[in-house]
Design a protein around this ligand. Sequence first.
Ligand code: F6R
Length: 616
Amino acid sequence: MCGIIGYLGYREAYPILINGLKKLEYRGYDSSGIAIFYENECSLYKTKGRVNELEKKISSYKIKIKGTTGIGHTRWATHGIPDDLNAHPHVSNSNELIIIHNGIIENYYAIKIILLKNGFTFKSKTDTEVLVNFIEYIKKENKFSLEEAVRVSLNEIVGAYSIAIVEKTRPETIIIAKLGSPLALGINKKEFFISSDPIPFINYTNNALYLKDGEMAILRKGEELDLRKITNNHKLSPIIKKLKINLKKIEKGKYKYFMLKEIYEQPKTILDTLRGRLLISKGIICIDGIEFSKDIFINAKCITIIACGTSWHASLIGEYLLEEFIRIPVEVEYASEFRYRHPIIKKKDVVIVISQSGETADTLAALKLAKKKGAFVFGICNVVGSSIARNVDAGVYTHAGPEIGVASTKAFTAQITILILLALKIGKHKSTINDSRYSSLCKELGTIPEKINYILKIYDYIKKISKIYYNFNNFIYLGRGINFPVALEGALKLKEISYIHAEGYPAAEMKHGPIALIDENIPVVIIATKKGCYDKIIGNIQEIKARKGKIIAIVNEGDIQVSMMADHVIKIPDISEELSPLVTVIPLQLLAYQIACIRGKNVDQPRNLAKSVTVE
Ligand code: F6R
């Protein structure tokens, strides 16, 4: 996870690297560093903390960093604590080679032992310092050029990487390589931009190449791109794409944090997800990826949905929807578990992978495993052109736009929207949903944006509730049926941005253990909308009240029974059960956001997290 950046051309590299790193902080922000090359010398600065700490440190030296070749890194620690020593770039023992790396070198320890035996020493605890010294070792032992040493070394590496490496005495060349971790290259006449994603260079060029796994490129100042296969050094023809990215979409505007902006964007992002895909008046759902796959879905004996985190919660909602509307058994798997437990996947089974970033390492590996076993893999992704999107057999983009806040919000509701469209479309094709139910749900889907707008208007009330509850140390979230995953998601949002311990449960599970926790110090957030098991939920609320638990209930407008029992109620518009997660989650996102703000947390960059988890 970590973001990497690089520049080779005729402009001063420093501002490009620093500004680029700021845009990559969603990938990690516990330390950062840059190396800039000028007249066979390297200026290297690194520090613990965010990129603006690095900027402050450099400006305190009151020097002008010159150089038109440079590399930079923002880190999310894997090997070694976040500190100045473990921050990248890392330098080889001879001080000749300088590297940045995103990923994990799994066999680093075995290589380190060999290097130690050969007299190498290490300043940091990182796998990256092992890699740069391994390249140096291979280079010197074999009298290889850097290009050949990188290639030969990488063939010995087990793990994942995107790297950029420079030889101090040859600053007119940068070598980059990729396996598992993302790497984009921006290409202009006479200049190259290296980055974990294209946002840092889109202002300079929209000509981009996404390196594929197992590829390396030799970038030489003023020369054509030299792309090669790492295994056999075969020359490859680069496929350069024209990117279309609207930078306005990645500015905070009037909002203090991206997360709030993204919560508020949801009426629009859901419309964007539906746009051109759902013709409400005629009840027609038309999406190429689904159209192409509908017979494969219908003939499937079972469907497995694989994802991580918030996308895994959306997958659980997908399980309810698909089983309800297409009557095929659905299993939901954590990608990290699926890939390591000898899963039973047969030829022509359907596997759905869901990922906002499209780069989550575990999900990508699970996808590849499912494909290897012969499954038909369908993807639901937000980031266009991402690794997952490029590797599936068919799929649908969510079109939620760039999600910058680390805590996922608008991507979650966009994923649910796609799952609803998928379940309705296949259900209609298979005749497992009747026509009137199908048409009424299509119509209702069109009303979701205005219902979310209505909920966003009660933000002031949620602010009041947050002031009452922000100081509690533990929360429980409850829901039933299709709203049980929403309870999990509400709890995840609270814990990841406010660092309050929170757990989600199906409401009826309370009495099988968690109820022992209930006393006046535990607020319980409960989704108690009229549909689903309303009467049963009333019973669950009584059990909690009898033990002095505090209740914050999400209820429908006009609710009387729950409102009489709860300490606080948040009223939302009435909606069919199957579509309800799209609205019940909104107050939970706002509540988590507001509590984190009152506790003074950095909502967009919570500690220990990163937006895109490209390591196992
Ligand atoms: C939580 C969150 C994470 C991600 C998870 C998967 O708010 O954002 O739990 O959902 O890391 O990421 P994607 O969807 O990019 O595969």
